[in-house]
Design a protein around this ligand. Structure first.
Ligand code: UTP
Length: 277
């Protein structure tokens, strides 16, 4: 079964400069909690216990976040502020955290390959923490995808419909619908212009990958933007066997840019923070 979740978090976060000049994008707070923690909570809620984080230079804050801060904790011990750390503490008690560095930022595919030593030879989940996915009325997105994996045992990408004029921001799939909201992928294009896009079904930052993806990434040449694209490796997997695309239940915020970040902040403030959740 799936036990591990990989968090590629080595990107430069250029859309959020200067905030991300010396701070990882994944540490940006949505109200009072950093993006990475939302991602880890989603993975933990899906039953995953081993968090594997791919970091890069200047990303030490990610490691420190899931560690004890003796001085601070001593300072607030016995006060009501102690409760603010309960969520983080619970994750530290129930999950393991391991880290590796992507030395050169050669794209998402390359970042996933950098995590190979932490994952080994087993299927795993991938969360891009700057895509915040929430489903307040039911299962989280990774939980939904793991249920699907149990039935199909192949790689799965989460998708959503996007306006046609935004296809150039995403990997876009085409495929045959085999069930309501589930497609068997037969084509995948990285960031196509609208006229070249095979559909408006865009891949977002949640994946279940089978371990053969690593060899496929190793054989993948740099693609769009000179980066090693995960979509190119997934396309080979789709041709060799099967990749599914899943239209998830819930809401996704692209917190890598200001608009999605503000929308996520407003949503979480109203729906979670003010409700004491
Ligand atoms: P993005 O496309 O959002 O790139 O990466 P980015 O560099 O983080 O942000 P911008 O576009 O410059 O603002 C998607 C995910 O892949 C990770 C990022 O950390 C993010 O979670 N990534 C990307 C890596 O880990 N390594 C890379 O070389 C590229």
């Amino acid at each position: 079964m799936i036990r591990k979740c990989l968090f590629p978090a080595a990107g430069y976060g250029t859309r959020f400069l200067p905030a991300t000049k010396s701070m990882p994008k994944e540490m940006l707070p949505i109200v009072n909690k950093p993006l990475i923690q939302y991602g880890v909570e989603e993975a933990r809620d899906a039953g995953l216990q081993h968090m594997a984080i791919v970091t890069g230079r200047g990303k030490r804050a990610l490691e420190d976040h899931f560690d004890i801060s003796y001085e601070l904790e001593h300072q607030i011990r016995g006060t009501d502020k102690e409760n603010f750390l309960n969520g983080t503490r619970e994750l530290m008690d129930t999950c393991t955290f391991s880290y590796t560095r992507q030395v050169e930022m050669k794209g998402l595919g390359h970042a996933i390959l950098s995590g190979r030593s932490l994952i080994g030879d087993e299927p795993f989940a991938v969360v891009l923490a700057d895509d915040l996915c929430l489903n307040l009325d039911g299962d989280g997105v990774l939980t939904q995808m793991i249920k699907l994996y149990k039935q199909f045992r192949c790689s799965i990408v989460a998708i959503q419909e996007v306006p046609m004029d935004q296809t150039s921001k995403y990997g876009i799939i085409a495929g045959e619908q085999i069930r309501e909201g589930i497609y068997r992928v037969n084509s995948m294009v990285e960031k196509p212009q609208p006229e070249d896009a095979p559909s408006n079904l865009a891949i977002i930052g949640r994946y279940i990958l089978t371990a053969d993806i690593f060899d496929l990434i190793e054989d993948t040449e740099p693609g769009k933007g000179g980066e090693i694209q995960i979509t190119d490796a997934l396309m080979k997997q789709a041709q060799n066997g099967c990749v599914l695309a899943y239209k998830f239940q819930g809401t996704r915020f692209d917190c890598g840019g200001a608009e999605g970040y503000i929308a996520a902040t407003n949503f979480c403030y109203e729906s979670l923070y003010k409700q004491g959740l």
